[in-house]
Design a protein around this ligand. Structure first.
Ligand SMILES: CC(C)(COP(=O)(O)OP(=O)(O)OC[C@H]1O[C@@H](n2cnc3c(N)ncnc32)[C@H](O)[C@@H]1OP(=O)(O)O)[C@@H](O)C(=O)NCCC(=O)NCCS
Length: 389
């Protein structure tokens, strides 16, 4: 019999990490490493499944915030450390954990990164944002023109202090971006201290610091290096362009690799756009609308005729019902729907990464007025989170 409990003390958190990491086939932290992991546990947000006294499954969330289309920022749960002990899988343990977590989350929306694409749809998570992994031929990557601001290299201690402040000051602007919590920065500090050659540069423009880039360079062959962009944050186009100029002009680097938004105009920086090769397009954001009404009201809509959408949610039945979406906003209505959609697919269209018409073509939704719904949910920018957790 599986029982779900909220964990509250350090010993339980440590077992939680061990169960999760075993499920992921990762090593378990030693005492020193544990001190880095511990701050990432937030009381009230950590759940575990038990068989008697034995912990057999885990999940947790971090309290964060999320930008939605139109720019509003809403409270957000970043779901992490999902795992079930290998000797207990396929017996409904994850199902029990997910149900309890969704029913008790204080936030109207949750996102996660999925280890496998078939796990989370049944729990109402939709694939809402993808990124593009690119490789840039740095030796041929010529940017016309010069930087307009200045880039300076900072040491690890300065980065520890400055980056969280700068990230906060730059703020959240792009749909899909999330706020970074204290434990996130602690893990980042630890990761960088173990990563060889992790370097941070800060950009400043006329109004002070307005962007940063963290990267790592590895030698692949003698005098042949690969630069991996690990974190890039910017407040304006000048900072973004200058950081790319810095990256593309780094001596001894042959290749640059980065994960960028699907619509990021990186190719247009270079005189020869073919220097940017797309290696992969991979899912980044899995989105769960926990409070559908609030989340439909939080975002803005394009110009079109209104549509009525019936939402179906097996796990959170309070979301079931019809919603009228128009350029002015969204509201619950008692009216016949143009089409019905399961909550995971509503999550998939929420950021505009995919459209209702594309889903209708696959027959995963049926009905009418998909063109109008597409126009309402259309976005000027594809989503990107850019913060791994
Ligand atoms: C993924 C994982 C958490 C699933 O836990 P679980 O307790 O076996 O899941 P459940 O028994 O509740 O399964 C619920 C349903 O999802 C399906 N399912 C679960 N994991 C699946 C997977 N990896 N691929 C396909 N289907 C999966 C089950 O078959 C079941 O379907 P059914 O209801 O039609 O029978 C577990 O297998 C695990 O820990 N995997 C390794 C770690 C991992 O990948 N964690 C996720 C990190 S994002």
């Amino acid at each position: 019999m599986t029982e779900i409990r909220v964990l509250s003390d350090e010993a339980q958190f440590r077992t939680h990490t061990a169960v999760f990491r075993r499920a992921m086939h990762m090593p378990i932290p030693n005492d020193e490493q544990w001190q880095v992991v511990l701050p990432s546990y937030e009381p009230d947000r950590v759940l575990a499944a038990f068989d008697g006294d034995e912990m057999i499954g885990t999940t947790q969330s971090y309290g964060s915030s999320l930008v939605v289309p139109g720019g509003a920022v809403v409270p957000h749960a970043a779901i992490s450390r999902v795992g079930v002990r290998a000797d207990y899988t396929r017996r409904g343990v994850l199902t029990a954990l997910m149900r309890e977590q969704l029913e008790t989350l204080p936030d109207p929306v949750a996102t996660l990164r999925a280890s496998e694409g078939r796990i989370y749809g049944r729990f109402g998570y939709g694939l809402a944002g993808r990124w593009r992994s690119v490789e840039i031929d740095a030796k041929r990557a010529v940017v016309a023109g010069e930087m307009v601001g200045r880039v300076r290299m900072i040491d690890a201690d300065t980065a520890d202090k400055l980056l969280p402040e700068l990230h906060e000051a730059i703020g959240l602007t792009r749909p899909g971006q999330i706020g970074r919590w204290t434990g996130w920065w602690a893990r980042e500090r630890d990761r960088k201290s173990h990563a060889e050659n992790s370097v941070t540069v800060v950009h400043s423009g006329p109004h002070g610091d307005d962007g940063f880039l963290t990267y790592k360079v590895t030698e692949e062959k003698e005098f042949k290096h690969r630069m991996s962009i690990e974190d890039m944050v910017w407040a304006n186009d000048d900072a973004w362009r200058d950081l790319w100029i810095y990256a593309s002009r780094l001596d001894l680097v042959d290749q640059i690799e980065a994960d960028i938004a699907l619509d990021a105009p990186v190719s247009w920086l270079f005189e020869d756009p073919r220097v940017v090769h797309t290696k992969d397009v991979f899912d980044e954001i899995w989105l769960r609308l926990v409070d559908v009404e609030r989340m439909l009201q939080a975002r803005t809509y394009g110009a079109s005729e209104p549509v009525v959408i019936e939402v179906r949610d097996r796990l959170l039945p309070a979301n079931n019902g019809s919603y009228r979406v128009s350029p002015g906003g969204a509201e619950r209505v008692d009216a016949p729907a143009d089409f019905a959609i399961p909550v995971d697919l509503l999550g998939a269209v929420y950021f505009g990464d995919t459209t209702f018409s594309q889903l209708a073509a696959t027959k995963r939704i049926t009905g009418s007025r998909f063109g109008q719904a597409d126009a309402l949910f259309a976005v000027p920018q594809k989503p990107l989170c850019g913060t791994f957790f």
